[in-house]
Structures are given as C-alpha cells and as structure tokens.
Design a binder for this molecule. Sequence first.
Ligand code: B12
Length: 246
Amino acid sequence: MIIRPYGDTTGDGMVQVSFTLPVAHDKRGEGAALQLANRMGIDPAMLVHARQMGDRHTFFVVYGRVNHLVDLSEVQVVERDYPLLAAKEANAAIRAGLRRKLSVVGACIGTDAHTVGIDAILNVKGIAGDKGLEYYREIAVTNLGAQVSVPDLVAAARAARADAVLVSQVVTQRDAHLTNTREMTAAFREAFPAARRPLLVVGGPRFDETMAAELGVDRIFGRGTTPGEVASYLVHALVTNRKVAA
Ligand code: B12
C-alpha cells in the first residue's frame, strides 16, 4: 500500500521540517534554507518561521510538498515476538523455569548521565503506572546508575551473576550511543564464554531497533518502552525460550 503525507488535504504530501543553519537571519539565509528544503525533495517550499540565535545561526521551519511516496509493504520494524505477561505471570514463569531469582544489572554507560529512562524500567515506581523490575519478586535488580565504565559494568555483572545486562544510552551526539554499545558488547564477548554471557539489552529514545545484530546485542528497546515489555522479553529469552546456566 502506497501512502503520502497529509497536510491540508488527504495525500497532498505536505510536510514540515525544522533545522538550524550557520547563517545570519537575512535574505541570503532564508534563500539557503529554501535551497536546502528543495534539495530534500520539498517543492514548493515555504518558509514559515525563522529566528536568529546568536550572531551566526538561524533556526528555520519550512512547510512544503514532498513528492516521495511510502510503500508500507517495504517498511521494516521489529515486532514484539513474545507474549506480554502480567507481573504475576512473569514471576511464576521464573520460579518454575529457573527456580532462583533472575538477576538483572542495569546502568547508563560512558559519559551518559540520563538515568530517568533506565530508572523507569528498573525502579519500583516504574513509569505511567507500570511498575519497574524491582517490583517483580523473582527479579533481583542491581541498578548501577550513571556514567558507569564498561570494565565496572562487566565486573558488576560477574559479581551479580547477571542473567541480563540492561544498558541505557540517551545521548547520541557523534553516535556516542553506538560507539559505547559496541565497546560494551565487545567487552562482554571477551569476558564471558558464549554460553555464560549475560543477555545484552540496550535502550534509549534514539536507537534504531533493527540494529541489534549489527551492534552485537540481543535486543534494543526504544522510545516509550514499558517495564512490562522488558520483563516479558527477559522471561521469553531467558526462561521460556532458552535455559540459562544454573
Ligand atoms: C532530563 C534531561 C536531562 C537531565 C538528566 C537527569 C537524569 N538524572 O536523567 C540533565 C539535566 C542532567 C541532562 C543533562 C544533559 N543533557 Co539532557 N535531557 C533531558 C531530557 C529533558 C529528558 C530525558 C528524559 O528523562 N526522558 C524521560 C525518559 C523516561 O525517557 P527515555 O530516556 O527515552 O527512556 C525511555 C525509553 O527510551 C526506554 N529506555 C531508555 N533507556 C533504556 C534502557 C533499557 C535497557 C531499556 C530496556 C529501555 C530504555 O525506556 C524508557 C521508558 O519508556 C531530554 C529531552 C527530552 N525531552 O527527551 C534531554 C536530552 C536527552 N539531553 C540532551 C543533552 C545534549 C544533554 C547535555 C549534553 C546538555 C549539556 N550540554 O550539558 C547533558 C549531558 C549530561 C550527561 N553527562 O549525560 C539532549 C541529547 C541530544 C543528543 N542527540 O544526544 C536532549 C535530547 C535534549 C535536546 N533536545 O538537546 N539532561
């Protein structure tokens, strides 16, 4: 099925984009913004907002028509391929399948200090009424907090006999989230034999969920993830679908 953006009327292809250029806000700057929009496939392009920031930068908002089409049959996403469990069901599955608590170690690595996301997944208070993994009686949570180095994470995972390591990366400047994730997966592969390596899970609002294999992790969770989804995935990957080392 082919779709086009909706602006004023169905299928008119109208979109709005915003960006900043290293130019002053003058006629030439506005022309530069429209030229960029044209080259992005927006034609005709209308400048609807421009505001100079400092001496040499201007923020632009451009509205216009794109001629590109989207073929829904070619869209690739990671669908949830495991059942969503209530906390009681997850606890029961862990108790029956592992006969011990499932150990989870979480952290923000590198220089990243954005702990709200990982706390939403791990802390008992959770997010939007969905309680975090600490609430699960059969899950033992070690939350290392912010700016944890990869060697410290590996050591903590070893000490906690982690079944899963949950890493959050929110800052994506210069692809720091990708570099840090690759460093982390390489360290775990070096430190643990394949059969004993903890499940590696990363999350954050700007990850591309289809990149798991490329980054060497078992799963990526993006914007809007709920703790229930994570708990259900852990049960699926570590208990229902695969037996972990006792
Ligand atoms: C709060 C905040 C801060 C706080 C963080 C406090 C804290 N203890 O976390 C403070 C003030 C410290 C801060 C600092 C900075 N920040 Co800040 N910050 C934000 C802000 C406003 C909200 C982030 C947030 O809490 N979201 C709410 C949580 C619940 O959402 P979430 O992180 O997406 O998490 C969910 C999912 O992604 C997922 N998830 C996340 N992690 C994980 C992990 C796993 C394992 C799983 C399964 C799921 C998962 O589940 C969560 C629940 O659904 C964002 C802008 C925004 N509106 O998003 C900027 C933002 C993230 N910050 C940004 C920046 C640039 C910075 C600074 C560099 C600013 C500076 N120049 O100093 C510093 C960096 C500090 C550092 N060393 O990391 C940028 C990042 C840009 C980029 N492309 O990287 C943003 C996007 C703002 C912006 N538009 O520029 N920041």
